[in-house]
Design a protein around this ligand. Structure first.
Ligand code: GLU
Ligand code: ZN
Length: 282
């Protein structure tokens, strides 16, 4: 299978050095393998996405010397696909509506059982307040958050799950029991979006034929969730390359708000793409 990878930025702020590293690394790996480099705009959060940031992404990536295939996938065009997938999980009894607020969850989770972790890759581990004993049989609600019943999902999957981690050349394995305890019932459809990062990224990687996901180590823990969804949808299982994170001088990872590290700022100060490569160690 042709090596196919992608860069999947959210157009919610300027690309900074960390994004440039991720995009250039993915692009370099694709070119070295004679493979494909795709772009995907992750704009499901329409309250934060801005066309101007999307335009800036294209401009910065082109300036860095990257080329990508057209058309670019945009998540905001794909709600029908997300809805069909949610309908399927709903029909299989794997989802349930949740009406808890953040404060409800924090209050319920603040009295955890001894030894149980409080935080998972998706924030507070959901204490199960709205989990029904019998799966709902009515139509899937459109205006409520929907959670995955992780224990139920795991019951139909093998006890040991794994993915290939290319940065260490190893298989990473984990168990269904780990997931139920350390990840819990994650939200797959947010009330305000009708989807979620996890659902969209898995369906989009499958739709784009991604064989190799190149992204930051900050998403390493989320990959377990993605493997579960791939298995539930019988989707192909890409290899993963979780790369090191680019940190600022104080050793903190860069965030969108670190405008001081924005590629556009380096550009305006006269840096060359080669300077950017040198800064991130490529
Ligand atoms: N859109 C995500 C971000 O900007 C990246 C998702 C991914 O690579 O899986 O952090
Ligand atoms: Zn709830």
């Amino acid at each position: 299978m042709t090596f196919t990878t992608r860069f999947a930025p959210s157009p919610t702020g300027p690309l900074h050095l960390g994004h440039a590293y991720s995009a250039m690394l993915a692009h370099d790996l694709a070119r070295a393998a004679g493979g494909r480099f795709l772009l995907r705009i992750e704009d499901i959060d329409q309250t934060r996405a801005r066309p101007a940031w999307e335009a800036q992404i294209y401009d910065d990536l082109a300036w860095l010397g990257l080329t990508w295939e057209q058309p670019v996938m945009r998540q905001s065009d794909r709600q029908t696909t997300y809805d069909l997938a949610l309908d399927e999980l709903w029909a299989r009894g794997l989802l349930y509506p949740c009406t808890c607020t953040r404060a409800d969850i924090a209050a319920a989770a603040s009295a955890p059982q001894e030894g149980a972790p409080l935080l998972g890759p998706d924030g507070l581990i959901y204490p199960g307040t709205c989990r029904p004993t019998v799966a709902p049989t009515d139509a899937r609600p459109r205006n409520l958050a929907l959670r995955l019943d992780m224990a139920k999902a795991c019951a139909i999957l093998p006890e040991t799950l794994r993915f290939h981690e290319d940065s260490c050349g190893e298989e990473v394995s984990f168990t269904a029991t780990d997931l139920t305890r350390d990840v819990g019932d994650i939200v797959l459809a947010r009330r305000d979006m009708g989807t979620s990062y996890h659902l969209s990224v898995v369906l989009d990687d499958a739709a784009q034929g991604i064989t190799d996901v190149v992204r930051g180590k900050d998403l390493f823990d989320a990959t377990r969730i993605h493997v579960v969804l791939q298995m539930l949808f019988d989707a192909p299982r890409p290899r993963y390359h979780h790369h090191r994170l680019i940190r600022d001088a104080a050793g903190k990872r860069l965030a969108k708000r670190n405008d001081a590290r924005a590629i556009s700022l380096y550009r305006s100060e006269g840096a060359t793409p080669q300077d950017i490569r040198a800064k991130v160690g490529l």
